[in-house]
Design a protein around this ligand. Structure first.
Ligand code: SME
Length: 160
């Protein structure tokens, strides 16, 4: 239904600009949050190389609960403040972890994951979800990846 052409030769900032534009086109006018998160997880996997997991956890009460994702089955509930995801949600701040084994309390869902990027999705200043990207390569994520996924989080906040 939707065909997006990903150019792997694009420099990262341009790649993420195109990802955000594709995400905008894909979710515009669709009010269902699950449908949008499902498509966004698939889009991230198509667009961003060298990932083994990408998806959403939603903040429900004081726990993060697994949402739509692409990758191996994952931990379902993460208490606020725990793991990389729970830390991002509790601190309302992106966590960019070069070596997950060095992160105190990291929750290993897929043993292949070596580095991780978790970006909180804020609506009216409150966390509603996090976007979680895992890579099998150590130090996979840099400032451009962080800026790109933060731009995506800002776009999708009203649509998930
Ligand atoms: N590693 C995460 C758990 C989620 S999975 O990576 C999909 C964490 O420490 O919060």
């Amino acid at each position: 239904m939707h065909e997006f052409a990903v150019d792997p030769a694009l420099p990262k900032p341009a790649l993420y600009r195109e990802l955000v534009a594709a995400a905008d086109a894909l979710t515009a006018g669709e009010p269902d949050p699950v449908a949008n998160m499902a498509n966004l997880a698939a889009l991230i996997r198509e667009w961003v190389p060298d990932l083994n997991w990408a998806g959403f956890y939603r903040l429900l009460g004081d726990e993060l609960v697994l949402g739509p994702f692409s990758g191996k089955p994952a931990c379902i509930r993460i208490p606020l403040g725990q793991g990389v995801c729970g830390t991002a949600a509790a601190e309302k701040a992106t966590q960019r972890v070069a070596d997950v084994d060095a992160f105190p309390g990291h929750i290993a869902c897929d043993a292949a994951s070596r580095s991780e990027l978790v970006v909180p999705v804020l609506r009216a200043g409150e966390v509603v979800a996090v976007i979680d990207l895992d890579s099998p390569s150590p130090g996979r994520f840099d400032a451009d990846d962080q800026a790109g996924i933060e731009a995506l989080a800002e776009l999708v906040a009203a649509r998930i």
